[in-house]
Write a protein that binds this ligand. Structure first.
Ligand SMILES: [Ca+2]
Ligand SMILES: [Ca+2]
Length: 423
């Protein structure tokens, strides 16, 4: 693990990125913070993830009449308890002040989240665009919450074309071995989550998700954990302060403004996860993300194919505004570059902002537990998460579908945002 990080850093330094934000990600240190799930960060550790089907995480049924009551931050009422794919999660609702409860596998959790009395249950449909005009994408007339079906299948995940795999331009050893991966069909948001959508979440934010929410239906243990509650901020005002992580390049504004259709950045992995659960979805797994970006069995180098990156396909290297140096104009509105569309309809998979996925980062995942991957994800724990796709600050080769980077889950970085998957 440690050697990998050093390797990444050296690779990052060796490249000529136009500004520092991208390098900051590769060090994975922005935001620092102690790892919340210090469990197994090693390679082939207990992989619980090739779970069968249907295994919704938390206990279903459970009544849960208390679940979600008032916890929804004003959106839907408590009546949503037990609805939707994720089941009741009733056991959580009463956990109240304890907060730490039973969080299998996680390290010690104090009662620091004790002020949190409730949690929210997952929506059955997207909440973030309710009342939001359809003004996203090319032509500014598309539903910002549009999603596209990604048919299930098998593809070759990972890529490296040179011996040693030490050249970031063509592949790093963490992308090895290229191995066969299968995913069940799912839906993936067409766009990165925008400032406008995230504003809906912030404005109504009151509680973390209930344990088990936001889970992949086939990946055991992939839902929210109560130990993560303490990673969430307590009020909308706290969010507003935190979301301005880096001055001009932070897309958030406290009042609606010209950035509403830009991708939200400066969010932690926990906030991204919570948003997707709140919005009726979940984060995609790393395998799902790469499947969509590589066009499944087309095994594309980039979402649009194998042709080189240009600024008209994907904004990168801080030159999206036509000049060197990182500026807010380098961050395009979502969907502004339709020629970069992927095989299944998603925009900006490459470039824009890096996108958090479900998985913890494990250098050896592809050669270990992940080598036999059917709807798999590394949810066991670790120090770093995975983010994908490169960003507006990245050199072109980091936009490759197979490129992996490893931010801290607590980091706030202008180069990182996310999009949600749905089932
Ligand atoms: Ca620029
Ligand atoms: Ca992106």
């Amino acid at each position: 693990m440690g050697r990998w990080l050093i390797g990444i850093v050296s690779a990052g330094i060796a490249t000529t990125s136009a500004c520092g934000q991208d390098e900051q990600i590769l060090r994975g240190t922005a935001g620092g913070g102690s790892p919340p799930d210090s469990g197994s960060s090693g390679g082939a550790s207990a992989g619980t993830n090739n779970a069968g089907t249907g295994g919704s995480t938390a206990g279903s049924a459970g009544g849960g009449s208390d679940a979600g009551a008032g916890a929804d931050g004003g959106g839907t009422s408590g009546g949503t308890s037990g609805s939707g794919a994720s089941g009741g999660f009733g056991s959580v609702a009463g956990a109240g002040a304890g907060g730490s409860a039973s969080d299998a596998g996680s390290s010690a959790q104090g009662g620091t989240g004790g002020s949190i009395a409730h949690c929210f249950t997952q929506a059955t449909a997207s909440r973030s665009c309710v009342g939001l005009s359809a003004t996203c994408g090319d032509g500014a007339a598309d539903d910002c919450c549009a999603d596209d079906s990604v048919p299930g299948g098998t593809f070759l995940m990972g890529r490296c074309t040179t011996p040693g795999c030490s050249d970031e331009a063509v592949g790093l050893d963490a992308e090895l071995p290229e191995h066969s991966v299968s995913v069940t069909g799912f839906r993936l948001d067409r766009y990165e989550v925008t400032v406008g959508r995230f504003r809906r979440f912030v404005d109504t934010y009151a509680t973390p998700p209930c344990p088990g929410e936001g889970a992949h239906p086939n990946v055991l243990g992939s839902g929210w954990r109560s130990s993560w509650d303490q990673r969430m901020l307590p009020t909308p005002a706290h969010f507003e302060a935190a979301l301005s992580c880096d001055g001009e390049l932070a897309t958030w504004t406290d009042a609606p403004g010209p950035n509403e259709h830009k991708p939200i950045n400066c969010v932690t992995w926990y906030e991204a996860f919570a948003f997707c659960a709140w919005d009726g979805g979940r984060l995609p797994t790393e395998a799902e993300w790469e499947y969509a970006a590589a066009g499944g069995d087309a095994n594309r180098l980039y979402p649009w194919g194998n042709t080189a990156v240009t600024q008209s396909i994907a904004a990168h290297d801080c030159e999206g505004d036509g000049s060197e140096g990182c500026a807010s104009d380098d961050i395009a509105e979502v969907g502004a570059l339709p020629s970069g569309v992927g095989r299944y309809g998603q925009l900006d998979l490459a470039g824009g902002v890096f996108e958090y996925v479900t998985d913890w980062f494990d250098h050896n995942w592809y050669a270990g537990v992940g080598a036999t991957c059917v709807d798999c994800a590394n949810v066991d724990g670790g120090q770093f998460k995975v983010a994908r796709g490169g960003s507006f600050t990245s050199p072109a080769h980091r936009l490759r579908a197979a490129f992996r980077t490893n931010p801290s889950p607590t980091s706030r970085n202008v180069a990182i945002g996310f999009r949600c998957a749905r089932d």
